[in-house]
Write a protein that binds this ligand. Structure first.
Ligand SMILES: [Ca+2]
Ligand SMILES: [Ca+2]
Length: 304
């Protein structure tokens, strides 16, 4: 029996797509809106440490903006500057990702195992000068393969320092399906979160260092309670506790802290004191710090 001749009638085919079996599947665009870029001008040197050791880093950048197009900064932007690009990478598929960084002058790429920057580790770096999007000049530019979960947010941070001459910075990724996105598109990234630190003092005020009250995620803020004249500090409440002053707070969410005070003479802090006691009549003495029935007075009477 002859085959149906219509099977061979190409006029029935309006278009034909030739699929290359080696061609990887294409991931859809991501939901992200870009990555945060901050830069600091007027800093000499060619190493990332020249940036991170500067007093203006990280809280007083010269400028900040969101890069929506790619994980890449303008080529030959300036001389003697450093920058931080950070936010979140959103993998389109679960699998192994290899990241790459290219820059002039030097740079570092950090990636966390989740959204918290505290877990970020150095995964790639450019020790010298590479050209724009020159991904393979140094072995250190390429990270190990790291398994990521689709749809999760992973904190990612690129640090870059330019001395003089040419400058550039870009971050790319090799996807689980073998395709490259170099640089990473803005739709696979989200900007770094910014949180507020509200502080109130029952008496006096609180000093924040760095100042400002608004911080990028992961910023460690030193807080100092300054009771007014005639008052003493008695402890923190809100998102801090304890009596250590000054102390630090890590900005991993919006925070609110209060310093509590009391009029001088109405309390006696045991911080830094060594308790001692003796018995004049051969009875038990009792001044062991922390013992529940050891009590202190600011007056002339000491009980128990
Ligand atoms: Ca330059
Ligand atoms: Ca340079």
């Amino acid at each position: 029996m002859l085959a149906d001749p219509s099977l061979f009638n190409t006029s029935n085919v309006s278009s034909m797509v030739i699929k290359n079996s080696q061609e990887p599947p294409i991931y859809p665009n991501g939901p992200g809106t870009g990555i945060t870029r901050e830069w600091w001008t007027g800093i000499i040197g060619t190493t990332v440490a020249n940036l991170t050791g500067n007093a203006a880093y990280p809280v007083s950048p010269t400028g900040t903006r969101i890069l929506t197009g790619f994980f890449e900064t303008p080529t030959d932007f300036d001389d003697n500057y450093g920058q931080r690009l950070h936010g979140y990478f959103i993998p389109p598929a679960t699998g192994a990702y290899t990241s790459r960084i290219a820059s002039a002058d030097s740079s570092e790429l950090w990636l966390s195992n989740g959204a918290n920057p505290v877990g970020a580790v150095l995964i790639a770096s450019t020790g010298g000068t590479a050209g724009s999007r020159e991904w393979t000049k140094y072995a250190s530019q390429k990270s190990a393969a790291i398994t990521l979960t689709a749809g999760n947010s992973y904190y990612i941070r690129a640090l870059h320092k330019e001395g003089t001459g040419s400058d550039n910075l870009a971050v790319g990724v090799d996807m689980p399906n073998g395709s490259f996105e170099r640089p990473i598109a803005g739709n696979r990234l989200n900007p770094a979160q910014v949180f507020s630190l509200a502080s109130s003092a029952a008496n006096g005020d609180i000093t924040l260092s760095p100042p400002g009250g608004t911080y990028n995620i992961g910023t460690v803020v030193t807080v100092t309670a300054n009771p007014g004249s005639g008052y003493g500090f008695t402890g923190w409440s809100g998102d801090l506790s304890g009596i250590v002053n000054p102390t630090t707070i890590t900005m991993d969410g919006n925070k609110s802290i209060t310093s509590n005070t009391a009029a001088a003479g109405s309390f006696l802090s045991r911080t830094g004191w060594v308790a001692s006691a003796s018995s004049s009549n051969g009875g038990p003495s009792n001044a062991i710090d922390g013992e529940s029935n050891t009590r202190w007075s600011t007056g002339s009477n000491q009980t128990n």
